[in-house]
Design a protein around this ligand. Sequence first.
Ligand SMILES: [Zn+2]
Length: 423
Amino acid sequence: MHKFLLAFTIFISASLSAQKTYVINCGKLLDSKTGVVKENQHILIKGNQVISISSSPIQADSVINLSDYFVMPGLIDCHTHVLLQADITSEDYDVQILKESIPYRTIRATRSAEQSLLNGFTTIRDLGTEGAGFADVDIKKAINKGVIGGPRMFVSTLAINTTGHYPIKTSDYAWELHLPKGLQEITGADEARRAVRQQIEQGADWIKIYADRGYYKLADGSFRSLPNFTNEEINAIGDETIRSRKKLAAHAMTRDGILGAIHAGATSIEHGSGMDEECMKLMVEKGVYWCPTLFVNEYVAEGRAKMGSPINLYFKQSIQSTFKKAIAMGVKLAYGTDIGGYDWSLPQAKDFTYFVEWGLTPIQAIQTATTTAAELLGMQGKIGEIKEGAFADIIAIKKDPTKDISVLQNIDWVMKDGKIYKH
Ligand SMILES: [Zn+2]
């Protein structure tokens, strides 16, 4: 799969010079903000920017003919791990952390980043390198310098947890071994502040924390867990992050992690599979986004249950009603997959199908990965929309995703920053 894609994709990129203008003739064009689809539109591009959109033909140096295609803004995945290659079981994880060097993992990550672009996700927020240091900063740098092809990246480097609460997953290694850590451990508010400062110094755009662990289900069907941080620690992280004009993303499954993370100033709750109504209410009140990462839970549930951990199966049973409740209450939904947690060769656009099955219109589902995701990233008007002044991050599909959302799993044509990466 990878091999095939690589052969025909690496920089088909008609290298578009900054001075030349291009017009894309679109059969259909989606305005992601309003949800309106217009026929026979023309997009004028110069360098990496959209100059204008018109319903009458535009003169330009070159023409890109997409008159048989549905054209829309490049998608945004707010939760990825380019440095992970699926970790369904503890062994999968341990093999990557213990047997693969960081340079080797980084080479593999260049393929993940390219895969994301080919999947039509022209922007990603990568939430933690899982033991690969600050290699995400290097991947981002290589993409921005044109060394490799890949999406626009927002990175969070190491991620933060408290001492002892994020072991290499199988805990049967000899205690005298000093094993590498999948993230940065802290104890106390001072170490919390130090970790945030160090990560920002090394290039983190976001701070990622793991707010809870040890999830369990109560007899009434609700979920609880163990909070990882003291209030002092999590508030120090939030304070340090916000004062540095950065944002906080919190892995949090139940109220034990979610409420503390929101009070500490988190911008997004990752997974949140076991959230309750009090969490939803507070999220709405504070404008906190939810990245529900649905397919990954489904994908790992059986395998982990076989290994003796059935919690993902329980989440799988309850997530549909949790999702519907959250949407009814008005929780803001940002598209995030956790791909890397599952294999990069599997669909990155699978979560859309759950969204639509569970009550969103196809347009609303697309907005989670365009306009809403752009807001989460503070990039409104620059990505997630095709409009004057936006980056030329544009994708096209033969079929119409407003009629069948699953067609987003096979994107036919991809442009990022005015360069074509897939036709
Ligand atoms: Zn993740």
